[in-house]
Design a protein around this ligand. Structure first.
Ligand code: IMP
Ligand code: MG
Length: 175
């Protein structure tokens, strides 16, 4: 494996503080539904969703979906490849999609289009990180943890070649 180092971009303390804030804002926003399903896009969102749902003080279900990985040509809109589907039915429910990073936005665009065919009551998005400069689709997350520059980042669930997901902070890869 090539050599690289990881420089801290967002500390675990800053992540904890921001996830707490998001939990409060999101709880308030869903205070009048009891049909909320928080859906994590695996694998990158696993740590974020675990912390985020602990900061929600409203009734909530949790489910997960895995779609084909970054760079796949399956990502033309409406043509997302599901590797692991949701376990539950989202019809009539309020879906909160939890994503690690919105980059081009193609993944979310395709996932949302696919989930809309199942007729949920609503679909909203909470992304930990947003790389706005890379966006090529119209997707806009409803809640964002942090805006980041166009750097390759790892940690807090996010990988480089499947490594570094376990880091408690978010760092940028420096070669
Ligand atoms: P999009 O379809 O271009 O928005 O891709 C988003 C997905 O690409 C994220 O869920 C990540 O899995 C992956 N990705 C984008 N940027 C990074 C990065 O800096 N590090 C690791 N994965 C990334
Ligand atoms: Mg991902």
């Amino acid at each position: 494996m090539e050599n690289y180092k990881v420089d801290i971009l967002i500390s675990d303390k800053d992540i904890t503080q921001r996830v707490n804030e998001l939990g409060k804002i999101i709880s308030a926003s869903y205070s009048d539904t009891n049909k909320l399903i928080v859906v994590g896009l695996l694998r990158g969102s696993f740590m974020f969703i675990a912390d985020l749902v602990r900061c929600l003080d409203i009734p909530v279900e949790v489910d997960f979906i895995t779609v084909s990985s970054y760079g796949s040509e399956m990502f033309s809109s409406g043509n997302v490849k599901i590797l692991k589907d949701l376990d539950g039915d989202i019809n009539g429910h309020d879906v909160l999609l939890v994503e690690d990073i919105v980059d081009t936005g193609k993944t979310l665009e395709a996932v949302i289009e696919m989930l809309e065919t199942r007729v949920p009551n609503s679909i909203k998005v909470c992304a930990l990180l947003n790389k706005q400069s890379r966006r090529i689709s119209n997707i806009k997350a409803d809640w964002i943890g942090f805006e980041i520059p166009d750097e390759f980042v790892v940690g807090y669930g996010i990988d480089y070649d499947q490594r570094n997901r376990n880091l408690p902070y978010i760092g940028k890869v420096v070669k």
